[in-house]
Design a protein around this ligand. Structure first.
Ligand code: T4K
Length: 415
């Protein structure tokens, strides 16, 4: 255990972990069951295009969510693109800037203008009070993102969408297995989109799905994800290749069987972080609503530099030196990424909460790859850095100045 700041690796101590601890190590289900399914797939020689494993996965997910249609996809981004196109969104669509860039790209890819809206600092999801200000005659829809698996204010969003005749789509990439007012995420708005990327607590290698209760929309999406084919030679709609393959589907089915175990591990990890960071001034751990179903897949910290002295980025450096690869999800906000930064250079003026939050949040490792021992060490290092904040900050600043001098020498600038 590291007990004083000289033990920190940034100041010359030995790294706490030999191997890097990543955020987003995949959770894996039963291997034997997986190999059985792979063999079965090889025997059947049916590898893609609405194969039996895809159909089974769609069925299982529909039942789990309580939604009429689940259309499995090759990944969450293509699922978003197809959902957006199937809803005939065009012109402008309002979404939060505080999300993974895929949410914005899925619009811009189709030459629809993403209009970035601020978030509620308590929930990190789109602030309904800000949406009305962004609506113009060109607005056709709203995309809410259930960030970290915490639901948007769905009732408020539905009301705005109804009043202004806008389509309502949810990016539920983080929301699989979570509920809102007792109903599973996936069954709200016109449609919702899941991601089953390996960094998600439930993965299908790569994958995603669109879920909806709208029969006509589901039929259209099924056509669109398979080039618009209806039968062998009959193309009746514009489409693309959004199909999930059998390998991904059987991975998904196998992992689905262990989903409750993954959530239990995430919950235990969450509680370990709660204990480990308890009453550490200036650090707050994400809150999850205990009355709702939740996947607990993100361990998100908010760092108040005015209390901790060390800022979020210095904490990242301290942790990285220990081989703890904490992530700055979702820094610096979509509006500060290309092409949006060039298109809307002043977007930040309308996004004060987003601008503040992107500098404060940090994601820590969780999932089946870590347990109480690792978490205890991670918390101990965080406590050390924060409790000795002023001293750590001073030494890090000196260290940074030294590093600059060294690199200047290296680059031939030394006097
Ligand atoms: N909407 C939202 C709100 C999203 O968060 C996402 C995806 C999407 C839409 C789009 O869904 P997809 O099209 O991706 O299905 C990632 C993921 O690429 C992305 O899926 C995810 N959100 C986002 C939050 O994170 P990176 O750059 O952090 O991922 P990557 O691949 O570098 O992985 C992170 C770490 O996880 C690695 O450093 C190590 C570990 N890892 C990763 C993979 C892929 C493993 O241990 N094994 C693996 O196989 O972006």
């Amino acid at each position: 255990m590291k007990e004083n700041i000289d033990d920190l690796t940034v100041f010359g101590g030995t790294p706490s972990f030999q191997e890097p601890l990543h955020v987003g190590r995949p959770n894996l289900g039963d291997r034997e069951r997986l190999f059985e399914r792979i063999n079965d797939m090889l025997d059947r020689k049916w590898l893609s295009n609405n194969g039996p494993y895809v159909q089974e996965l769609e069925q299982r997910i529909s039942e789990l969510i309580g939604v009429k249609h689940c259309i499995a996809m090759c990944n969450g981004t293509v699922a978003l693109e197809i959902a957006i196109r199937s809803l005939e969104l065009k012109g402008e669509v309002i979404l939060p800037s505080f999300t993974f860039v895929a949410t914005a790209h899925a619009l811009q890819w189709q030459e629809i203008t993403p209009v970035f809206c601020d978030i509620d600092p308590k929930t990190h999801t789109i602030d309904p009070a800000c949406i009305e200000k962004m609506i113009t005659p060109r607005t056709t829809g709203i995309i809410g993102v259930h960030l970290w698996g915490r639901p948007c204010d769905i009732v408020a969003l539905e009301k705005i969408a109804d009043t202004h005749h806008l389509k309502l789509l949810f990016d539920a990439a983080h929301g699989f297995g979570c509920s809102y007012k007792g109903r599973m995420l996936g069954s709200f708005g016109n449609a919702e989109v899941f991601s089953f990327h390996p960094t998600k607590f439930f993965n299908s290698c790569e994958g995603g799905a669109i879920v909806t209760n709208d029969d006509a929309l589901a039929a259209k999406i099924r056509l669109m994800k398979n080039f618009g084919f209806s039968g062998y030679d009959n193309v009746i709609y514009i489409g693309t290749n959004g199909k999930m393959n059998e390998m991904s589907a059987l991975m998904g089915l196998t992992n689905l069987e262990s989903m409750a175990d993954f959530i239990a591990v995430n919950y235990e990890n969450y509680k370990s972080y709660q204990r480990g960071l308890d009453s550490l001034a200036g650090i707050s751990l994400i809150n999850y609503d205990q009355k709702e179903k939740c996947n607990y897949q993100y361990i998100l910290l908010e760092i108040d530099e005015s209390v901790t002295h060390v800022n979020r980025d210095q904490l990242v450096d301290i942790l990285r030196a220990e081989n703890i690869l904490a992530r700055r999800y979702f820094y610096p906000g979509c509006h500060r990424m290309e092409p949006y930064r060039s298109y809307f250079p002043n977007a930040g003026l309308m996004l004060p909460e987003t601008e503040r939050l992107v500098k404060r949040v940090l994601s820590f490792p969780t999932g089946t790859a870590v347990g109480p021992d690792e978490i205890s060490k991670i918390c101990q290092i965080t406590r050390l850095a924060v409790q000795y904040g002023p001293e750590v900050k001073k030494r890090l600043s000196g260290y940074a100045a030294n590093e600059t001098t060294k690199s200047m020498v290296f680059e031939g600038f030394a006097v």
